[in-house]
Design a protein around this ligand. Structure first.
Ligand code: ZN
Length: 466
């Protein structure tokens, strides 16, 4: 009976329904739990993203920086045990790079030039062994300065820092772990200053002479002179110089302030203080020349109206000069010729005292090409009464060269010329007795000795002092 009943249960539809439901429930619980477990485990993609994020935020702190170098105010690298970073904006941004450590930059880059020009005393900074940033003192692993103001230091144990490389814009007084806009501004200022300095330094005969002049308060080039000559003065600040009854304003160029000082023929020999320097004027004797001209020529000089009209044009042309030295190489003699009247000769015309001839006369065949003595701007190219076809070239900072009696002008007012450019041809126009070039230099409207300039420049005159 009992046995039968059990069997009957087995065949009961209720029993099968219950069993099916139980199985379904168990299966869904298993599936649910499995899903839960899978959801909490990150996918491979997620793993990679998390790793990358951790690496990015932690890179400068956790990675061990070994070395760095700033090539200039823009380019630099930072080497870690496991890679390299580089910057192209002076450390404002750093990016991972595949490149290996670049080789040392060739001389000519800003960092090298700064040291050559004495802008940075490397030994002074190499002695530093630690620095303070925030409230912590850091040991310095490596330090580098580009100028006396701008420097970087790689420090030990930089856990709290954004980057292990600290930067200063005040010569190491204060340090920062980021290149702020103020620090970047200071870098660009220093870069501009260095460029100005390089421009000036290139004009001196040597790096040592450049350094000496740039570091001095006053420089007189040269420190010995004579009546009719000219000197160039450099000061490290703007200002004015009172000189032989006139005032000369020092004009900015490169990293200094300059003016030509013409030594007039009336200047007395002696020693003259110029700032903290002394200019010695030595006595000089000038010869006399007697010239015979025709009555017709002599009468030319009575037409004062024409002469004065020309003088107005000339004065206007020489009244403004470019605010920089326009030359980079030496001045050249404009024509090979026979020197018929040297500079400074006292001249008598038809037995009467005429003037001191403050130019040189170079006799040459009519039509001989005339070279520009140096780079400049044509301030005047015109047919004038006494000087005939004449050219004035502005060489900047108040210095002009003059070419007179040309048969032909090959330039016009406003033209830019380079040293050696053919500007005209030798002739005998105006008050002239035969084909020759009358050649003069004017410094602040005073005629000065052309012989001082040939094959040199005023910046090279310092050589005499060294
Ligand atoms: Zn002359």
């Amino acid at each position: 009976m009992r046995h039968e009943r059990r069997l009957s249960l087995l065949y009961s539809p209720k029993y099968w329904l219950f069993l099916t439901l139980f199985c379904l429930l168990t299966a869904s619980i298993v599936v649910y739990l499995g899903k839960q477990q899978l959801a909490s485990a990150p996918s491979l993609e997620q793993k990679n993203e998390q790793f990358a994020a951790a690496k990015q935020t932690a890179a400068p702190v956790l990675r061990n920086a070994l070395d760095f170098h700033m090539t200039d105010f823009e380019q630099g690298w930072l080497r870690y045990t496991d890679g390299m970073m580089k910057t192209e904006d002076g450390g404002v941004h750093w990016q991972e790079t595949e490149a290996s450590v670049p080789s040392e930059p060739a001389p000519g880059n800003e960092a090298a030039d700064a040291a050559v020009l004495g802008l940075v005393d490397l030994s002074k900074y190499q002695q530093l062994s630690n620095l303070t940033f925030g409230s912590k003192v850091y040991a310095i692993k490596k330090i580098q300065f580009l100028t006396d103001r701008i420097g970087w230091a790689l420090v030990e144990e930089p856990e709290e820092l954004k980057i292990p490389l600290l930067v200063t814009a005040d010569g190491g007084q204060t340090w920062s772990d980021e290149v702020t806009s103020a620090i970047r501004g200071a870098m660009l200022e220093e870069k501009a200053r260095l460029q100005q300095l390089k421009k000036e330094a290139a004009l001196y005969p040597s790096a040592d002479i450049a350094k000496a002049s740039i570091r001095a308060e006053w420089t007189v080039l040269p420190d010995t002179s004579a009546p009719g000559d000219v000197v160039l003065v450099r000061h490290n600040k703007p200002g004015k110089i009172e000189w032989l009854g006139k005032t000369y304003t020092l004009q900015p160029f490169g990293s200094g302030y300059f003016t030509y000082l013409p030594i007039t023929m009336q200047a007395k020999p002696g020693k003259y203080p110029i700032g903290d320097q002394t200019l010695t004027i030595q006595a000089k004797k000038f010869d006399t020349q007697y010239l015979k001209v025709t009555q017709q020529m002599e009468s030319m000089r009575q037409d004062t109206a024409r002469i004065q009209a020309d003088q107005k044009k000339i004065n206007l042309a020489r009244s403004k000069s470019e605010p920089e030295f326009l030359f980079s190489g030496p001045f050249v003699q404009p024509v090979e010729g026979v020197l018929t009247t040297p500079y400074g000769y006292t001249r008598y015309v038809n037995g009467k005292y005429d003037s001191a001839h403050m130019a040189i006369d170079l006799a040459a065949k009519e039509g001989t090409p005339i070279k520009a003595t140096n780079d400049g701007v044509v301030a005047l190219a015109d047919s004038l009464y006494l000087t005939g076809n004449a050219i004035y070239i502005d060489h900047g900072m108040g210095l002009f060269s003059q070419y007179a009696h040309l048969s032909e002008l090959r330039v016009k007012t406003g033209d830019k010329v380079k040293q050696g450019d053919i500007i005209g041809l030798v002739g005998t126009t105006g008050f002239s007795t035969g084909p020759h070039l009358h050649f003069a230099f004017w410094a602040h409207n005073v005629q000065v000795n052309p012989d001082l300039f040939f094959n040199t420049t005023p910046f090279q005159w310092l050589k005499a002092k060294e």
